[in-house]
Design a protein around this ligand. Structure first.
Ligand code: AMP
Length: 269
């Protein structure tokens, strides 16, 4: 695997087509690696990027303490057969025109008001300089991939945005670099988040959404989670569920021992 540390250099490479980009912030786990594997199986070459994007962190968030495990990440990517690792320069996020996303005024966008601007601004730069045939994202960050898909479509950018399934820990907690802040026992306990939204999904057709939401929130609160949000929305545009909705997104963000954890399920109606 070739490690590229400059924007000029990555721009000058003629990748074998079709090639895929997997943008990450590093501290790679099986969730990230599932995207890289998908890339290797379906494209001629795969570029993984590792960049802890300052633009997507709020003032009181964990930018400076975000876990960094670069040599371990390199080993994992090499063992999978990733072709390139791009680690941009420190100033990669400087002097960019901030892009305003759609669908960012709900769910995670409410408590992280500048988060998706930051994500979209950096992803746009990646797409402009690398021009991949496909860019791969995890459905764990459902709102993120929806925002990027909408942007790419609106701007007629010729990159396929591919969304891939959530990879989970043994007891159901969605894998995340932030799970590193939790003990094994905590991770097992946090499996309750997934069981709660799964249970909710199973009752969608028989119980009103308001009742389901309120029951699920009570359950999580009583278990010891602080709730940022728990919502059931139209999965196509994150608006309220209507008679035209064909698939719903059940999404939640909770805080456990100061760690913000997100999860979701999409259910076709
Ligand atoms: P991050 O490093 O958190 O920016 O994540 C990089 C990419 O990996 C994003 O597209 C995430 O949605 C994806 N990702 C993170 N965790 C998971 C997971 N548990 N399952 C699938 N994809 C994931």
């Amino acid at each position: 695997m070739e490690v590229i540390k400059s924007t000029e250099e990555i721009k000058s490479i003629n990748f074998d087509s079709p090639f895929a980009l997997v943008p990450t912030m590093g501290n790679l786990h099986k969730g990230h690696l599932s995207l890289v594997k998908y890339g290797i199986e379906n494209y001629s070459e795969v570029i993984t990027s590792i960049f802890i994007n300052p633009l997507q962190f709020g003032k009181n968030e964990d930018f400076s303490s975000y876990p960094k495990t670069i040599s371990q990440d390199i080993q994992l990517l090499e063992s999978l057969g990733c072709n390139y690792l791009f680690i941009p320069e420190k100033n990669f996020a400087e002097n960019l025109n901030i892009i305003e996303p759609k669908f960012s005024d709900v769910l995670c966008g409410l408590s992280r008001p500048t988060h998706f601007q930051g994500v979209l601004t950096i992803i746009d730069k990646f797409l402009r300089i690398i021009k991949p045939n496909a860019c791969l994202f995890g459905l764990k960050d459902y709102q993120q991939q929806l925002i990027i898909k909408e942007f790419v479509k609106r701007k007629k950018i010729k990159t396929d945005i591919i969304s891939l399934p959530i990879v989970r820990e043994k007891f159901g907690l969605a894998m995340s670099s932030r799970n590193n802040y939790l003990s094994d026992e905590d991770k097992k306990f946090c499996g309750k988040i997934y069981s709660c939204i799964k249970k909710l999904a199973a009752s969608l057709k028989t119980t009103s959404l308001e009742v389901l939401k309120s029951e699920a929130k009570d359950f999580l609160q009583n278990a010891g989670f602080e709730i940022d949000y728990l919502e059931i929305v139209d999965a196509n545009n994150l608006s309220s569920v209507s008679k035209n909705t064909d698939k719903v997104l059940i999404a939640t963000a909770v805080i456990y021992k100061k760690v913000r954890l997100i999860d979701n399920i999409v259910v076709s109606l």
